[in-house]
Ligand binder design. Structure first.
Ligand SMILES: *[C@@H]1O[C@H](CO)[C@@H](O)[C@H](O)[C@H]1NC(C)=O
Ligand SMILES: *[C@@H]1O[C@H](CO)[C@@H](O)[C@H](O)[C@H]1NC(C)=O
Ligand SMILES: *[C@@H]1O[C@H](CO)[C@@H](O)[C@H](O)[C@H]1NC(C)=O
Ligand SMILES: *[C@@H]1O[C@H](CO)[C@@H](O)[C@H](O)[C@H]1NC(C)=O
Ligand SMILES: [Zn+2]
Length: 474
């Protein structure tokens, strides 16, 4: 224990709700949930003596070692849940570390000044890093924090990175009262013809225009990339803010980390006196192929972003007013590990916000050849009660969608779930990711499989969830 006493103990342990609620030592030193091949792990750094003693009994079931130098950034790397049809297209390699090394050796071609500057100073050499945990499908590494910020641009396709928080927080389960509220909404759920007429008013041609602006396919926006550090992300943020303000909302650009494009947070105040708030969101930042600056992000997550924007446009067209506060959020920093949403979820928790529920839309447009229109709901991270509510709402207002579960895990809803808010995600497929253009510079809207009708049907579900949860008037 002497080494751990000096540096602290880094603990990676399979998540169980019970463990987290009964062992305050673990729940107070919480660095988040992470997944590896369908299992959820929690990560902790433990520095105080008493907690070290209490944790020694845990060590049999946990991966552990000395904590890294506090100046180093911890990064969780994981292989995304992808369909067999995509597995065939990627080089099979035994270990993540090999893949990472290979990708770091590939030539870097950059043409946008800002990114080029960052990447030329960090990415052309192999960064040194320490490995704290690794399997064929995930790893926990620590490295220089500046290099960690750009690690998403260095990863092989289908690998994702998540920067861990620099300070631990306290794990907070979703309060039973919050779950009871969601259950009550589900119990009272029945078809409402007015809700149907509102959600059916979402305009598909408008969504198409909007997504073509964000991808740069319309030739008007000048957007090449919406990577969190790109100028295109700033263009997108200002545009989203202006478009949603046009619909009568109050919006703000909310910076969360130096160098990152800001979150765009928009709000429609309730017409009643309440602090209850319903949140729906997407992430507007994007990722492209390794070595290419182009990151159109048409499906990931131009689809969720324009779905949320279509809700705003319809609120204005129909003159909808809400009984609860309604927020529409467009996050950045998702591709670096849910960083924008993490900051906003923490902010809401610190303010004691009364969030009834939140629904994140991430990748809603891609439909593989021969498959029906689908709605995928998260099978591990998320609140089952919110997921059930969304499923039942989908059956009522978008019966064209076949509903099922997906292991494609962990978009921005995870940030809210970890802060004790009821949350879920809507996704394009009842199964793993099948989009061959995932995290690829070819993720455009004008391609085979990019299905605006599915995007529309899923946006209707998100919108009907707001209307049933918040209550409304015309
Ligand atoms: C939700 O949908 C399921 C499946 O159709 C159904 O069995 C259940 O009764 C519904 N729940 C409510 C509360 O309506
Ligand atoms: C939406 O409603 C407005 C006014 O009620 C109507 O003019 C418009 O055509 C409708 N659009 C769609 C796509 O249904
Ligand atoms: C949240 O808002 C609801 C509806 O106004 C209210 O009944 C409830 O007490 C509020 N909860 C908290 C924790 O403030
Ligand atoms: C929200 O409103 C409830 C009463 O409806 C109140 O008890 C609670 O303190 C309020 N919360 C905040 C953060 O203002
Ligand atoms: Zn995404």
């Amino acid at each position: 224990m002497t080494l751990f006493r000096q540096l602290g103990l880094l603990l990676v342990t399979p998540f169980t709700q019970n463990l987290m609620t009964t062992e305050s030592c673990l729940s107070n030193n919480f660095l988040g949930n992470y997944q590896d091949a369908g299992t959820i792990f929690t990560i902790h750094i433990i520095r105080d003596d008493e907690c070290l003693q209490a944790s020694s009994s845990r060590l049999n079931s946990a991966h552990y070692g000395p904590a890294p130098d506090p100046r180093e950034q911890l990064v969780w790397l994981e292989k995304a849940a992808i369909d067999e049809t995509l597995q065939a297209h990627i080089p099979q390699s035994k270990s993540i570390l090999n893949e990472l090394l290979l990708s770091l050796q590939a030539p870097v071609i950059q043409d946008e000044p800002e990114l080029q500057k960052i990447m030329s100073s960090h990415a052309t050499t192999i960064p040194s890093y320490n490995v704290h945990y690794s399997t064929d499908t995930a790893a926990l590494i620590s490295l220089d924090s500046e290099k960690a910020r750009v690690i998403d641009t260095l990863l092989p396709p289908f690998w994702k990175s998540k920067l861990l928080p620099t300070a631990p927080s306290t794990y907070l389960p979703i309060p039973t009262a919050a779950i009871a509220t969601v259950k009550t909404i589900l119990t009272r759920l029945k078809f409402d013809p007015v809700v149907a007429s509102i959600v059916n008013n979402i305009s598909v041609p408008q969504i198409q225009n909007d997504v073509r602006f964000l991808t740069g396919e319309d030739g008007k926006s000048g957007i090449i990339s919406r990577h969190s550090f790109s100028t295109g992300a700033i263009t997108a943020a200002n545009w989203l803010r202006a478009r949603v303000e046009d619909t009568g909302a109050t919006c703000r650009l909310s910076p969360f980390l130096p160098g990152f494009a800001p979150n765009v947070i928009c709000r429609y105040d309730a017409i009643k006196d309440t602090n209850a708030t319903v949140l729906v969101s997407g992430h507007y930042d994007s990722r492209g192929s390794f070595g290419s600056i182009r990151a159109p992000g048409g499906d990931d997550d131009g689809s969720g972003t324009t779905g949320v924007l279509s809700i705003a446009r319809t609120i204005a067209r129909k003159g909808v007013k809400f009984h609860s506060n309604v927020e529409l959020a467009f996050f950045a920093g998702e591709e670096q590990g849910l960083l924008g949403s993490r900051a906003y979820a923490r902010e809401l928790r610190e303010a004691g916000a009364n969030l009834t529920l939140m629904v994140q839309a991430d990748m809603t447009a891609y439909r593989a050849p021969g498959e029906p229109l689908q709605l995928g709901l998260p099978d591990i991270i998320g609140s089952p009660e919110v997921t059930q509510l969304v499923a039942n709402i989908s059956a009522i207002y978008s019966p064209e969608l076949t509903i099922g579960f997906t292991p494609a895990c962990c978009s921005d809803h995870q940030s809210f779930h970890e802060q004790g808010f009821p949350a879920t995600q809507v996704f394009e497929r009842a199964g793993p990711i099948a989009d061959p253009m995932y995290h690829n510079s070819g993720d455009l809207s004008g391609r085979e499989g990019f299905d605006l009708q599915q995007l529309y049907a899923i946006a209707k579900v998100q919108f009907a969830t707001i209307l049933h949860t918040a209550g409304y008037e015309l």
